[in-house]
Design a protein around this ligand. Structure first.
Ligand SMILES: [Zn+2]
Length: 159
């Protein structure tokens, strides 16, 4: 099951047919990892956990560029990898909507954010109490260290 650059997506996105093939592939990646409904929901969730003065940009997520000093660099790497993985899986979810029409875009958005949260929970659970993150204060966005040194997820979701 290949979904090449020339395909349209279940969300309605289509490449510009005037673009060269290589540009179409880039447009598809930009869409899947930024503007597609699942990706948008994930980046809104990330933005919500950053200081209000910080505007999340594609380069922050795609190139793992730390958007501000509030988020420790190593934590940001984890957030980006979790986000990119969740965005790709959210794209897959959209294709499953073809077989399950009840899976509305809003449900895909909710599940996309759930995937991000699950990835962070999985990361936190795998670190153990000897984690190099064990000095992360409770106010640290995304993940923080409990008094015993183990990690917990502090991702704040919109009510
Ligand atoms: Zn899309």
């Amino acid at each position: 099951m290949a979904h090449e650059a020339g395909d349209s997506l279940p969300c309605g996105w289509q490449h510009s047919s005037a673009s060269p093939r290589a540009a179409q592939a880039l447009q598809l990646r930009e869409h899947v990892f930024w503007t597609c409904p699942g990706a948008s929901a994930i980046r809104r969730a990330i933005q919500h956990n950053l200081p209000v003065s910080v505007q999340l940009l594609p380069r922050h997520v795609w190139l793992l560029e730390q958007p501000c000093q509030t988020v420790r660099k190593e934590v940001w790497y984890v957030v980006c990898l979790a986000a990119l993985t969740a965005m790709l899986r959210a794209r897959g979810l959209m294709f499953s909507t073809l077989a399950r029409p009840g899976l509305e875009p809003a449900v895909v958005e909710t599940r996309a954010v759930d995937l991000l949260l699950a990835a962070l929970i999985d990361f936190a659970a795998c670190q153990g109490s000897v984690s190099s993150f064990s000095d992360l204060g409770q106010a640290h966005p995304f993940v923080y260290a409990r008094p015993n040194g183990s990690l917990a997820v502090s991702l704040q979701l919109r009510p």
